[in-house]
Design a protein around this ligand. Structure first.
Ligand code: LP5
Ligand code: MN
Length: 240
């Protein structure tokens, strides 16, 4: 049995090429469904999510695909990313998926006993990006979200696009390392959850980083953003 991990698809009605890659991925999952127990989507499934009331209709085909995966026996778990942190209960119900918090300790049974694989979108690890961390704090405040969701859809589109512009502009001014994870933050989080494997996305720097933590070998797996040759990260569980 396999668990699959993907992130940062950034599905966008204006990018049919990316949607096409996702269509192929879903088809291949449906064909191999007896082997796949669950799919974990670690954030930024959507380029932007302006609230369930505003965005469900823009992504109806994707939601239908997630529902099909569930109907074929593949459980789908979705984590918020920094673009779709407003995914809410109406989305989860429509897509028959489960929203999971960030970070999320996934317990799996191995030959050595129960192990924890720690899952995250990855933006919480980028603590050197002070501007982003304070922006994140603001938009994760429940009062701020309530206020944003009470605005008309046109007002929300205007605010989101102004923030996108500012984010792009500031991104060009930031040093690349600032937008990567902070190693100390990674180590603190992995120690807190007593895990030897962390899987995350967000940075679009796919890699496997192996290092030693508390005298143990550990790894940080960074998922790729979606592209025609991007593959889900597989984890085999159980005896086969
Ligand atoms: O995703 P990416 O790689 O482009 O950039 C992220 C960080 N930027 C963001 C912002 C998103 O790009 C845009 C979010 C739009 C969707 C929101 C939907 C709901 C609407 C909510 C609107 C608030 O996440 C970027 C990081 C980068 O990752 C790498 O980690 O650097 O962070 C920033 O650029 C943040 C800036 O440093 C500060 C942002 C300034 C915005 C100020 C807004 C003030 C409020 C205005 C309200 C009208
Ligand atoms: Mn992201």
């Amino acid at each position: 049995m396999k668990l699959l991990f993907i992130s940062d698809l950034h599905l966008d009605p204006q990018r049919p090429d990316i949607q096409h890659c996702f269509d192929n991925f879903v088809s291949s999952c449906l064909q191999n469904n007896s082997d796949i127990k669950a799919l974990y989507i670690l954030g930024d499934l959507f380029e932007v999510w302006l609230g369930d009331d505003a965005s469900l209709s823009s992504y109806s085909s994707t939601i239908e695909q997630l529902k099909q995966l569930n109907q074929k026996g593949i459980q789908v778990f979705v984590m918020h990313g920094n673009r779709d942190f407003l995914l809410g209960p109406a989305f989860a119900e429509a897509a028959r998926c489960q929203l999971i918090p960030d970070p999320y300790p996934l317990r799996i049974e191995t030959q050595k006993g129960i192990e924890t694989i720690l899952l995250s979108h990855g933006d919480i690890l980028c603590t050197d990006d002070i501007g982003y961390m304070s922006f994140r704090k603001m938009v994760h405040n429940p009062d701020w979200q309530k206020d944003f969701l009470s605005k008309t859809i046109d007002q929300r589109i205007a605010i989101a696009s102004s923030i996108r512009q500012q984010s792009k502009k500031r991104g060009q001014q930031k040093q690349a390392e600032i937008m990567d994870v902070n190693q100390q933050t990674v180590e603190l989080l992995m120690s807190e959850y007593n895990t030897s494997t962390l899987i995350h996305g967000h940075t679009h720097r796919p890699d496997t980083h192996r290092f030693t933590l508390n005298i143990q070998p550990v790894q940080r797996i960074v998922l790729p953003n979606w592209s025609p040759d991007a593959k889900a990260y597989p984890l085999t569980i159980g005896s086969d």
